[in-house]
Design a protein around this ligand. Structure first.
Ligand code: ADE
Length: 243
């Protein structure tokens, strides 16, 4: 899979050299390219932003700079990529969206800064490729770079061959394998630590009992912290969802 990230702070993406994503890149499973938006800026000051029409605080990233960058990056491969644009005004990132992106051959992530990007950039891009906005959550970051890191990591671990054990992604919180619920708590050795014991059922060899215990804890935890996920499960599978 190929992922291009366009940003005015390429250094922000340096963590993608490390850990799981770094390993996937070196193994050739992930072709990740980070581009400095200023390469496409013109003029002595290489400005990428300007004041918004209609007034208001802050600056907007300009259409000509982003247009030139996206033209060049999206013409550098086969077919059209899917363009992802992090913004607090987008629909939220979910594991479902991550899973859908993980089967795409090519993603381009456009990181905005300041008050965002001139709206015509996305309108124009959508003439040639699928475009999706995405928000990390109901809070405002200083730019899209952190969201790009999140998207690249979440997508990469679903790309075949990136995770050592693909079964671990199937049992993640929010994954289909757990019914879209939160994971049960997990324990490893030692069996007793600071007078706290690993639950008895996990120490026996009864796989059915372990599975039931995990499902019950998963339901309990989800009801306590994310009741909205239980509602979504019932909406998808009906009232028998918990049988
Ligand atoms: N850029 C600024 N805030 C953001 C958010 N919450 N999610 C994604 N991109 C952003």
């Amino acid at each position: 899979m190929r992922i291009d990230v366009v940003t005015i702070f390429p250094g922000y993406l340096a963590p993608l050299d490390d850990a799981l994503v770094g390993r996937a890149r070196r193994a050739g499973r992930l072709d990740l390219r980070v581009h400095d938006l200023r390469r496409w800026a013109t003029g002595v000051h290489q400005a990428v932003d300007d004041a918004p029409y209609g007034g208001g605080p802050g600056m907007l990233m300009t259409a000509p700079v982003w247009g030139a960058a996206l033209d060049e990056v999206t013409a550098s491969g086969e077919g059209a990529p899917r363009l992802l644009v992090p913004t607090p005004a987008g629909p939220p990132l979910t594991q479902q969206r991550v899973a859908a992106w993980a089967v795409e051959p090519w993603l381009v992530i456009a990181c905005g800064r300041y008050e965002g990007i001139d709206a015509r950039v996305l309108e124009d891009a959508a003439r040639r490729m699928p475009v999706e906005e995405v928000s990390l959550g109901d809070y405002v970051l200083a730019g899209g770079e952190v969201a790009a890191l999140v998207v690249v990591e979440a997508v990469s671990r679903l790309v075949p061959g990136v995770l050592g054990n693909p079964a671990s992604a199937e049992l993640d919180s929010f994954a289909e394998g757990t019914g879209g619920l939160l994971e049960a708590p997990a324990y490893t050795r030692p069996e007793r630590w600071r007078e706290l014991d690993v639950p008895e059922v996990l120490r026996g060899g009864n796989h059915g009992a372990v599975a039931r215990w995990r499902r019950d804890r998963s339901l309990e935890r989800t009801a306590a912290v994310r009741p909205d996920l239980l509602d979504a499960l019932v909406a998808r599978h009906g009232p028998d969802a918990f049988d």
